[in-house]
Design a protein around this ligand. Sequence first.
Ligand code: NAP
Ligand code: HSE
Length: 433
Amino acid sequence: MKKDVIGLGLLGLGTVGTGVVQVLRDNAHEIDRKVGASLKIKKALVHNAGKKRPGLEDLELVTDIDAIVSDPDIDIVIELMGGTEPAKEYMLKAMAAGKSVVTANKDVVAQFGLEMFAAAAENHVDFLFEASVGGGIPIITPFKQCLTANRFTEVMGIVNGTTNYMLTKMTEAGMDYDVVLKEAQAEGYAEADPTADVGGFDAARKAAILASLAFNTHITLEDVAVEGITDVSAVDIEYAKKLDYVVKLLAIARRVEGKGIDVRVHPTFLTKDHPLASVNGVFNAIFVRGNAIGDAMFYGRGAGGRPTASAVIADVVEAARGILTDSRGRINPEFFEPKQLCPLDETESRYYMRLRMDDRPGVLGSVATAFGWAGVSLKSVLQRHVDDSAEVVIVTHTVKHSSMVAATQAVAALPGNAKVCSVIRVDKSLETE
Ligand code: NAP
Ligand code: HSE
């Protein structure tokens, strides 16, 4: 279709929406040349039209979605509001009106991806979501296009900028959890409700999207075992350092032969020489293992207005090319195999446990007996006297999750006021048993 101008409708003008406007302005000449037409923001939907928006005064603001979906000059709708509703309803309306949709919304893609892909196919439009995982890092398009020849066995990464920023500052500067969370919010990295970040749910949604693409199936948030960083204390970070590890919130999706797909998000002790151990601050990285490419890693800024705008605009350019060449919906991911999940109890890992109990003779022996009873063998044990108690730190050999749960219950039931303070998985990919 011949067009000189591709009209854009923005839904949301917050951190990412503002980044999109800025980058489109700064790089207009180059972007328009690459598209072969001029990209023009026609209207922006906001919640509060009265809010001061320095530098954005020339945009036409609206508060009614119909002003955008019924505008024939808008070809592409860019959803940057967040949350499932009304974002999902607005995107479906836009597609029903024949507009391609670009979004950074992992909540909608992770939970309702199938419905959105079907709507895109039915309406012969694009539904693109590069920015939903890894901020500015190209990872969705590589899965859909560049890596499509592979059968994957593993995807593992740091996919939440807020928590990686927090863990880095807590590790390197000994900063307080609440202080660093406020910093991450001020930088615009955190979700509107930051419990999605620190609780691990944002990373879990991204893990569901990555696992769905990597394993050609439909994984949702409910399929992901999730632990966040809320229970990771400064004490555990110090022990990690002593034991030569760093603590990272990892998203892991693996094909376990004969058992199914194992998808998890949890804090992990990583050896310092692991490639993901040096991914710090707001940076994210996604490591993939395919049977043709072998190992590959994607690295970059995982959050923030301009980095995320980079991914959003890449999708807008792709959608614009689809309009100009009458080839919309070319790479909608629509091939799904039946889902088979590996039960959490069957997953295997090494574990770190920190516990406190009364400091009296036989403490270590009783702890070792409890682990032995659960069939968990110990790799290393540390004990020190803290605040009138014995603090015991254990690293196990590789065990099934169910055995570690049994060991944790057995230790917690020991006499002598035993209290399990933390249990964190230890990555073993670079270590020998
Ligand atoms: P944000 O700063 O909170 O901005 C949200 C924008 O959406 C605001 O402009 C708000 O309007 C508007 N909005 C919210 N609800 C609305 C409603 N019901 N009707 C009309 N407008 C509404 O959010 P953000 O950080 O830019 O994130 C946007 C999306 O990108 C989310 O899906 C997020 O997960 C994703 N994302 C964010 C980042 C990041 O680094 N921040 C990175 C990757 C992906 P007002 O301005 O009037 O309040
Ligand atoms: N809150 C998200 C993060 C934004 O911190 O990674 C990017 O998706």
